[in-house]
Design a binder for this molecule. Structure first.
Ligand code: GLC
Length: 741
């Protein structure tokens, strides 16, 4: 009997050692031993060299002074150096001429593609298809690694509820559930299961944390929120990235509740290390360590270095305060040797995971084979078509006929290669981009006459080109008008106080509309826009964001019906910028808006409702949801249930629809949103096809943070709502109860 017991105990112990709980360090004893052996040999200067990243960009080459720093072991990473030949040159210095032969980590912003550029991340989120996000990230990783880049500063997983904030374009929108799904998918795409593979890169979850909640939507501005909001809305996509095994984090520029994110022990250590057991490393954002002085929490450089390192920032991007001040801070016991060693350990761990010690060089033959391959170009075109959102299609204006007699293609963005690839376009080249005009010309029949007129610029006050544009419309059967924003109106340091179409673009659309010809507006933009007049007056509007290298072909695929659009908005479009921040998962208040009661929460001058709601998007076919079911009407607090609905394609052509599951915790110990997304599935159905879609509701989806900041499921009634938009007029609803006991 004793033998049996002993065997069982051994088996349990063995399993415990092998089982790697989610979020715990995926420590590999062999790597840890090699790391410790290296650290034991490092001088302080060599250790600080690993904590330093510098911008290597120098007119497409690297900075010559970095060779010497690498040779001396004083530089462990660069950003912006890319190209297999160049990175190998610097890597040979590290591996052949430095004392300890620690490989250099080359980082770059591969945000939505390396050279083959994909739709912007907000566009990708509009696909509501994590498979798409994983696929584009894996292609981007393969191209980047072939160019010697082993680390991307992506995915950006900041939740954004304010369309004035330019960086809303870089993330997955306003919802934590959709944001988490996209974060997981993108980390998996970039990193794969084996980061040492020649087609994978280390990902970086950024910007840690709550950067998107900048007051007034003004970039880099102050962030102040309750811990409840932080944990409920802003943390989930980052946690999803950690659960997906993300190797690095980037600390944000903003202050959070009075403490800059780059010197914040609560987020950098208590949450990230203590609660989530993240075992990668944290890099600061660009000079964010030095900016602690401007934030007013550091009296001088040495204080800034001390605060950032002790809070949990391992690598300093571009500013050099660690190298400059840590030796003296160490001598005066203001930082501990163990803290420095732990930062070095985390960085070396990631370099090992990337295989850089064993395979430091890039195969220089791969670049020409991998980059901008036909397969990659086909992928970016297909992915872009899944990102488009059909906002309006009155009188079935779309799809257009490929054999139309004549089409006017008008607008400042109609024949624009640069803006088509958006901001943060990596190593993308505008000359590779297919414009809307080019895509339309390729798509239509030989007999179709295409007339192009720019009409006006994106911004500026000139209407000189209107007459030519009106003439083009008058001589055509219909007009396609491409308006929106230039790529530099969103992205970093690009907040706008207005959400209107810039310049005279709206007047241009009005002038074309006045010709009486059918008008199709193609929007190219990086944020929700207050396109109220378009929504009222133009028969068809297609949201295309910035669609990437094959953008023009992708848009033509949809305009002319080769692809039926199925995208859904990941962000709310307001009627007025005055409504911002505006988001669907808001609280009810004690006086929810009521048009028939003055004394309720609304405006005097504009409706409180969105222009286009979160989750909204049309199709060239129609769908119907029916027969909402629950597996039970009552569960215990730890219990779970399933809910299902039937969806049918009631139209005449195949198409995609996204079924969206929302819940509402009707009464709880803290206020809860009027609805929260807790499931979605995009399906393709043939005409007449029906399918049952099933979702599971678990405690993790039903729970929330209570007044004591404990995640819990409280007894009470929950509404279950399933629709095809957060404001679906045909939303199906039922409810269930969580029992006391
Ligand atoms: C920038 C951005 C960050 C980017 C980094 C490196 O300032 O905030 O998103 O990854 O610098 O380019």
């Amino acid at each position: 009997m004793k033998l049996v017991k002993a065997t069982c105990l051994l088996l349990i112990l063995a399993f415990a050692l092998i089982a790697v709980p989610v979020g715990s360090p995926r420590s590999q004893p062999g790597i840890e031993r090699r790391i410790n052996a290296i650290i034991a040999r490092m001088t302080l200067e060599e250790k600080l060299g690993q904590l330093q990243q510098l911008d290597g960009e120098a007119n497409g080459n690297y900075r010559p002074e970095h060779r010497d720093m690498i040779r001396k072991g004083l530089l462990g990473s660069t950003l912006n150096v890319r190209g297999a030949v160049r990175t190998n040159e610097l890597q040979r210095v590290a591996m052949n001429e430095s004392r300890l032969k620690i490989p250099v980590l080359f980082g770059f912003d591969v945000i939505h593609g390396y050279r083959t550029i994909f739709t912007v991340p907000l566009g990708e989120a509009s696909s509501w298809d994590p498979v798409v996000a994983e696929r584009s990230a894996s292609i981007a990783a393969a191209e980047a690694r072939a160019a010697g880049v082993a680390w991307t500063f992506a995915p950006m997983v900041d939740i954004a509820r304010d369309a004035r904030w330019g960086r809303i374009i870089e993330g997955a929108g306003e919802d934590p559930f959709l944001g988490a799904a996209m974060a997981r998918a993108r980390v998996r795409g970039f990193q794969g299961s084996e980061q040492s593979a020649p087609d994978r890169v280390m990902a970086c979850a950024k910007h840690w944390v709550a950067y998107g909640a900048a007051e007034s939507g003004r970039d880099y501005n102050t962030v102040d929120m309750s811990e409840n909001t932080l944990r409920t809305i802003y943390l989930p996509p980052f946690k999803a990235a950690v659960d997906a095994g993300v190797g690095t984090f980037m600390s944000a520029f903003n202050s959070l509740n009075g403490v800059p994110s780059t010197a914040n022990p609560f987020t950098l250590t208590k949450v990230l290390r203590g609660e989530w057991r993240f075992d990668g490393f944290v890099v600061s954002d660009y000079t964010a360590v030095e900016e602690l002085i401007k934030h007013g929490v550091a009296a001088d450089e040495a204080e800034a270095a001390r605060l950032a390192l002790n809070a949990g920032v391992d690598m300093e991007m571009v500013s050099r305060l660690y190298n400059k001040h840590l030796p003296a801070l160490l001598r005066s016991n203001k930082v501990a040797q163990a803290t420095i060693d732990e930062a070095v350990r985390r960085i070396l761990r990631i370099k090992f995971r990337l295989g850089l010690f064993d395979h430091p060089y890039t195969d220089e033959s791969r670049e020409s084979k991998v980059i901008m391959s036909q397969e990659n170009l086909s992928a970016t075109r297909e992915i872009a078509t899944r990102s488009f959102v059909l906002l309006k299609n009155a009188q079935e204006t779309l799809p257009l006929s490929k054999s139309a007699r004549s089409i006017a293609v008008i607008g400042p963005l109609a024949d624009d290669q640069q803006d088509m690839i958006g901001s943060w376009n990596g190593d993308g080249r505008s000359q590779d981009a297919v414009t809307l005009l080019a895509g339309i010309k390729t798509k239509v029949s030989q007999s179709t006459k295409i007339v192009y007129a720019k009409g006006c610029d994106v911004s500026g006050d000139s209407t000189e080109g209107f007459a030519e544009a009106v003439r083009a419309a008058r001589q055509s059967d219909l007009a396609i008008v491409a308006v929106g924003e230039s790529a530099d109106m969103s992205g970093e340091a690009s907040s706008r106080a207005s959400l209107d179409l810039p310049g005279r673009q709206l007047d241009l659309v009005k002038a074309i509309q006045a010709t009486g010809k059918p008008v199709v507006v193609v929007l190219m933009n990086g944020r929700p826009l207050t396109i109220n007049w378009l929504a009222e007056n133009v028969p068809a509007i297609l949201e295309t964001w910035f669609a990437g290298t094959e953008g023009g072909n992708a848009i033509a695929d949809v305009l002319f019906g080769d692809v039926n659009p199925g995208g859904k908005l990941p962000v709310t479009f307001p009627r007025s910028v005055g409504q911002e921040p505006l988001y669907y998962n808001h609280m009810n208040t004690g006086r929810p808006p009521d048009a028939n009661n003055k004394y309720t929460s609304k405006y005097l001058d504009v409706s409180w409702t969105p222009l286009f709601p979160f989750g909204f998007g049309l199709s060239y076919t129609q769908f119907r949801l029916s027969d909402l079911q629950l597996s039970t009407k009552r569960i215990l607090p730890g219990g779970e249930l399933t809910t299902s609905v039937e969806i049918e394609n009631t139209g005449r052509r195949a198409g995609d629809e996204t079924v969206e599951l929302y819940i509402r915790d009707v009464a709880a110990s803290v206020t809860r949103p009027v609805m929260e997304l807790k499931g979605f599935e995009r399906v393709t159905l043939q005409p007449g096809e029906r399918r049952r879609i099933t979702f599971k509701l678990t405690p993790a989806l039903l729970g929330f943070y209570n007044r004591e900041m404990r995640f819990t499921v409280e007894p009470g009634v929950f509404h279950v709502m399933i629709g095809t938009s957060s404001a679906d007029p045909n939303m199906l609803q039922t409810d269930f109860e969580v029992a006391e006991r």
